[in-house]
Each structure stands twice: as structure tokens, then as C-alpha cells.
Design a protein. Sequence first.
Length: 446
Amino acid sequence: MAKKVELPAGFRWGVSTASYQIEGAVEEDGRGRSVWDAFVERPGAVKDGHTGRVACDHYHRYGEDVALMRELGLDGYRFSIAWPRVQPGGSGAVNAAGLDFYERLVDSLLEAGITPLPTLFHWDLPQALEDEGGWLARDTAYRFAEYVSAVLGRLGDRVPAWITLNEPFVHMVYGYAMGIHAPGRALMLDALPAAHHQLLGHGLAASVLREHGREVLIANNLTPVQAASEAEADVVAAEAYDALHNRLFTDPLLLGRYPDLSAFGVELDGVVRDGDLKLISGPGLDGLGVNYYNPTRISAPTDPGLPFSDVRIEGAPRTAFDWPVVPDGLRELLVGLRERYGAALPPVTITENGCSVADEVAPDGTVDDRFRIDYLAGHLDAVAHAVAEGVDVRGYYTWSLLDNFEWAEGFNQRFGLVHVDFETQRRTPKASYAWYRDLIAAHRAL
Ligand code: BGC
């Protein structure tokens, strides 16, 4: 990538977080129990027995966090709304105090000149709904739309664009197929209905958002899938993995049909009802949220059971999480989406991208996370190249504002632009924070 490319004028800059990862205050102001509150109590489920009970205490410290965002000069802030704060039992009675919190947050963002971009579901399902089958139950999609109506009734007038779901793929695979995230079910391919019901929930919620005249986005975890070799068996395996990870979600949303899953020996026929796909693809998305971390390399299966094997990507730097750093994978992904979906691809926003680093506060009070700066700079360059190749990318929200509760890893993986001392809740902006602030200011001055 020799040529210097720029991002377009009007490009939107943001940061991302999620409710259970930062809020804490899990028993406050009438919040109900979520699947994550239950999951963290399982011995061994989360590293070092960490929980999100306090997390970054953002519920009480949101003012300080909004001030940090104002200082960054952000256009937008992507956060998520905890369903169990709004409907503690997952359906029926709405908890006004839960909505009050999000109203306070939204109003302070607006006052700081930052546009809120809320995600309506980032994995913290009310436990009461999990007890009824969670996302394996079709009814959960209808409950989701009811909850979305309650949120829109309060905040719909002030928030122009909404993300329905975060990463339905990761939630299905980690939560329902492998059991390494809440709700901790290990159903392997029997988890597939959780994909369809989440998408149905998206479609129903999209109708509610449209009734309120709001823009509809969804954030998917997408990965460019590379075959380990040109051998036909590897190529076929890579196609199967691509269908599961990417197309299972983007095809119904953008084309109104499911991809061929025959390599997995499963069908969604019994789960998909007449009219569902029409609802899911609906009048279309206003934007596709893309969460990108790394590419995936796939070979023919080495074990029976699944039609592919994951192959380690060699030769790339690795994050503290041991994820390979391949910035060009983001360009490849974006250009690939445009090639696959053509005019059906709506404008894209990068709704997550970032890396974990074993950051420490030095004795002089600074956090030198050069690794993160290089990571972010490389990926923004990849976005600029995708734009130069004709992909309509409107914004970039880095993951994450704060070090936070990284799911099954607890507090052991730090993704923030701001370091958090989880003993004292002290926030320390890292070198990447100043770098991002200056980058945003320089871009605006172009
Ligand atoms: C999720 C975030 C998570 C991040 C890093 C994404 O899959 O949406 O909640 O913290 O990746 O693992």
C-alpha cells in the first residue's frame, strides 16, 4: 500500500462500548437479572472469577466518561442498552428508572455534541426470557420488538439512528453452540435457530424503528475467509465457513434468502416461516455495521463433525489475545462485500475495530500503547483504501473507549483508549487516546 489515501470529508469518528461490559450497578434501580449475571456465577466460566457487577462503574461515572469523549472530539458514541434495565422480566412491565439512566446518558451526549448510536441488544438477554428458551425460542423475537417499542417511546425523538443487534453470529456460536459465553449452551449445530430468531427480532425491531422514522443498522462480526491452499478441499471448506460466519447473516438481510448450508447437513426449513425473510430484509438497512478484528484461514476438516478446520495465520503480529493483526483483511472484507452484494450493500460503518494490549500505567502516569496506535492506523489506512476502491464507508467506531469486562476473559484483555484501574476506577487516557484525538482534529481541518 504505497499511495497515501484519505478518508472522505464528513467521515464520522466514534468509539464503542456495551452495557454489561462497562455499566456495573447490576442490582440498581430495578434492573433485572441477565444471562450474564447468571453465567458469571458458574465456577470456571470467566477467567479469575471476574464479573460485571461493578465493571467500569459507568452507571455512576458516565459524566466523567462523556467528558472523556467530548475531549476526543467524537462525532458519535456507540453504546448498548441493557434490556433487563428496561424490562426486568423480559416482557410486560417497563422500569422507568432504567430508561431514566439512558435518558441522562443520551442528553449528556447531545449536550457534548456527540450523536448517540445505541445498540438495542449486546448479549445481555433478561434471564427470564432465557428460562423460556432464549433466542432458541421464536417468541423472544416478538418480546424484543416490544422492548424496542418501550425504548423508542422514551428516546426515539432524540436519537436518529439505531443498531438492532450486536454480532448475532458470535452470540449464536459462543453463547448457544459452544457455551463459552452466556447463556452457556453447548448445542453445536442445534444452535442455528438462534441465528434465525435473532434476525427475525431484527426485522420486527426494524419495523418499530421505521414507524418512529428512525434509521436502522445492524452490527455484524464479519471476517474475510481465506482458503489455506488452492486445493479444492480447502476452497470448499472455506466456502462453507464463509456461509456460516458471514453469509448466514448478510444474505437474509441484504438478499432476503439464506445461503446454502448443506455442507453442515442442516437446514433452517423447519424454523423459517412464511414472511420471515421478507421481514428480515424489509425495506432495507440504512447502514451495515461491520465489526472487524482479523481474517480467518480455513482448511479441509482435520476432525469429523464440522466441514472445516481453522488454521493459524502465521507471520502476522499478534495482539495480547493472540489474534493476528492483518489490517489489509479489512480492505479485503469491505471490497468483498461490495463485490458480493453490489447495489444491495448499504453504506457501511465500522462499528468495532481495535485490539487488546497488556497495558500498564508507567510510574510517570502515562500508558504507552504504541502497538494499539499502529493497529488503529493500519486499519484506518485499510478503510481509506477500500473507500478509494469504491466502497461507501461512512464512519469508524473503535473498540473501545475504556478497558472493560471482556466476557469470558474477565478484565484480562484491555481494549480501551483509556486505561481503567479496576480497584480504584481511575481512568488514565493512553497514548492512543491522544493520537485518536489529534487524528480526528487533523481530519476535520482537511
Ligand atoms: C464484541 C465486543 C468484544 C469485542 C472484543 C466483539 O466481538 O462485540 O463486545 O468486547 O469483540 O472481543
